[in-house]
Ligand binder design. Structure first.
Ligand code: ADP
Ligand code: MG
Length: 615
């Protein structure tokens, strides 16, 4: 048999290898921004179109490249950052594998312009699928611009695998955060689809955090600073009272490179200990400055894990420094000279029209007019009422014939319920329920006991209500007397903009007002207006999670996310009326047995099962 092994052409090899380095537009953003950092840029612009699917461009004022280097930079394993194996142990640059540009060029249309600062002319290279189309001299200011168009144009499988623009744009934003946060001395800008998302001037770490995550952070941060003989910590932690219900801003960096580390994360968590309410997450932004010898630097470009030589010591040091910082803050919490005195709430613009709540009255209405006089024929059961009854009947079947089984106290009113029920549609308002551990609602039924999960039940009720509101276009908006100005994180802002129309169908009246800022004029009528920002943030968080875990359309997801967010939680004491109301509404639902997120709402425990337990 003849020899069958042959070397793959470079273009094919590059394309295969590209899959490991560039998984989605955000990976290209990361690699290119890191190259700009390595080139010593002090100003980096990121320009993205269609979540990076159409264009990713990075313009830097770093070193630039010579004509030859520009051409070489697209070769695999071409790097200026290491020359020998030993260099691996003192790496301080972000890249060193020489894979990124080769990978990107293999799967996109790339246009590079670059010029050394002291050269007269720059060079321009156009390369498609590893194929150099042209290289010629060009005018350019010192530095590099690299435009990556039509990512994965020749790898349809990858392209199809990409998620929605919202999700991919979120990944890009996250990479941008990870790099911009820890490089405050570098100015960054970020445009998406022609809109300026960030313009970050050179500043210090604290200002950078505030500029990225919002002015609210000004008063939320505690300095973390400590130098030991193996590591120097610098950064900020969020004050315990601002810990979020969802894992939010948690950033570790080692030598200014973002990394994840569950074990060290635990050290921070542990340092906060009792200061945090249950299931809430503190914010942190901490850089570990450490000799590269102390860490395993052989990091794969897509990996964010880092290994330290001595993890236990690192844990102990980190925990102690965070604890100390919290301690210091608790002793002298208020004076913070670094804070710029800025108001948290931006006043509305001068020409902003403040809407007052309005009540509509019909001045011509005359109750004595013939057509307005109500006759006394009993109202017909609505569809909802009928459904309620049917659902009840399923659970309480044969109830009337066997009252002896009911352990709960039947009140006299029970009688009236039965009469009403006979009349056709009234809900069993006086059934006896009690709440167990502020979490479950219990009642007896013929076959034994019924246990209802209050949270899931409420979730179901709200979900069906929201879906109906959306479909019927009958939202009632509660107009705010004093419209609130709220600042969201950039990713939440993008999502808010995208969901604006659907949210309006639910009764939200929200207007965009400058960078990541929104004015809330109205909220759904049944929504508490105490902490609107918290509610909206929670809803968006759920929305994002659902985008990944459940395949539902925007409207359903919105209804689901709102329902989840607004549902009463375990631990909420309900008074008897509230319980009745909840049960009534639950059984009027189309699907009273399962929560919209798929959990059981109620279970029954039969008498047989109970008897079994007493044996
Ligand atoms: P690596 O960063 O691992 O060296 P890359 O493929 O990302 O590999 O880049 C290859 C080389 O191209 C780099 O080592 C660097 O010399 C050069 N290069 C890439 N991007 C830039 C840039 N923005 N400015 C200057 N030089 C660059
Ligand atoms: Mg690189």
């Amino acid at each position: 048999m003849s020899d069958i092994i042959h070397l793959l052409p470079d273009a094919v090899a590059n394309q295969i290898a590209a899959g490991e380095v560039i998984q989605r537009p955000a990976s290209a953003v990361k690699e290119l921004m890191e190259n700009a950092l390595d080139a010593g840029a002090t100003h980096i612009q990121l320009i993205v179109k269609d979540a990076g699917k159409t264009l990713i461009q990075i313009i830097d004022n770093g070193s630039g490249m010579s004509e030859t280097d520009a051409r070489l930079s697209f070769e695999r394993h071409a790097t200026s950052k290491i020359t020998q194996a030993n260099d691996l142990f003192c790496i301080r640059t972000m890249g060193f594998r020489g894979e990124a540009l080769a990978s990107i060029a293999a799967i996109a249309h790339v246009e590079l312009k670059t010029k050394l600062h002291d050269a007269g002319l720059g060079t321009q290279i156009i390369i498609e699928g590893s194929d150099v189309k042209t290289q010629e001299a060009c005018q350019f200011s010192g530095g590099t611009s690299i435009a990556v168009k039509n990512l994965f144009y020749n790898v349809p499988a990858r392209r199809n695998f990409l998620k929605s623009d919202v999700l991919e744009a979120n990944h890009i934003l996250e990479e941008f955060h990870r790099i911009a946060l820890i490089n405050p001395s570098i100015a960054f800008s970020y445009h998406h689809n022609g809109k300026l998302i960030y313009q970050l001037e050179k500043s210090n770490l604290k200002q950078r955090i505030v500029n990225i995550f919002g002015k609210n952070y000004t008063e939320r941060l505690i300095l973390v600073e400590q130098e030991t003989n193996i590591v120097k910590f610098h950064g900020f932690i969020g004050k315990p009272e601002f810990a979020k219900k969802t894992r939010g801003e948690q950033y570790f960096f080692v030598n200014k490179r973002f990394f994840k580390h569950p074990y060290l994360h635990h050290a921070v968590d542990n340092a906060f200990q009792e200061l945090l309410p249950e299931k809430s997450f503190p914010a942190y932004f901490i850089n570990f400055d450490i000799n590269p010898k102390e860490i395993d630097i052989n990091i794969h470009p897509t990996k964010t894990e880092i290994k330290f030589q001595d993890e236990k010591t690192m844990y102990a040091l980190l925990r102690s420094v965070v604890k100390q910082s919290i301690g210091k803050f608790n002793i002298a919490p208020s004076i913070d000279f670094e804070v710029e005195h800025s108001l948290n709430l931006m006043p509305p613009p001068k020409d902003y029209d403040v809407k007052l709540p309005s009540i509509k009255i019909d001045p011509t209405f005359n109750p004595f007019e013939e057509k307005n006089k109500k006759s006394y024929s009993p109202p017909k059961p609505t569809e909802r009422e009928q459904r309620n009854l049917q659902n009840w009947e399923k659970i309480f079947e044969e109830r009337k014939s066997d009252n002896s089984m009911l352990i709960s106290s039947y009140s006299e009113k029970q009688q009236s319920f039965e009469n009403e029920s006979d009349a056709g549609f009234k809900v069993p308002l006086n059934y006896s329920f009690f709440q167990l551990q502020n979490r479950y609602i219990i009642s007896s039924i013929k076959s034994g006991l019924i246990v209802i999960d209050q949270q899931s039940a409420h979730e179901r009720i709200l979900y069906e209500q929201f879906i109906e509101t959306i479909n019927e276009h009958n939202a009632v908006s509660q107009q705010q007397l004093f419209p609130q100005t709220l600042v969201f994180t950039p990713s939440d802002s993008e999502l808010l903009k995208e969901l604006k129309n659907e949210m309006a169908l639910l009764g939200f009246d929200i207007n965009e007002f400058g960078l990541n800022t929104f004015i809330v004029n109205g909220i759904p009528a049944n929504m508490a207006d105490e902490n609107i920002k918290y509610l909206i943030e929670g809803m968006l968080e759920n929305f994002k999670k659902n985008m990944i875990s459940v395949k539902v359309d925007k409207k359903n997801n919105l209804a689901l996310s709102m329902a989840k967010n607004m549902a009463i939680k375990p631990g909420k004491l309900l008074i008897q009326e509230e319980i009745q109301n909840l049960i009534d509404k639950l059984f009027a639902c189309k699907m009273p047995y399962q929560s919209p997120s798929g959990k059981k709402i109620l279970i029954t425990i039969t008498l047989d099962e109970l008897t079994e337990k007493f044996k």
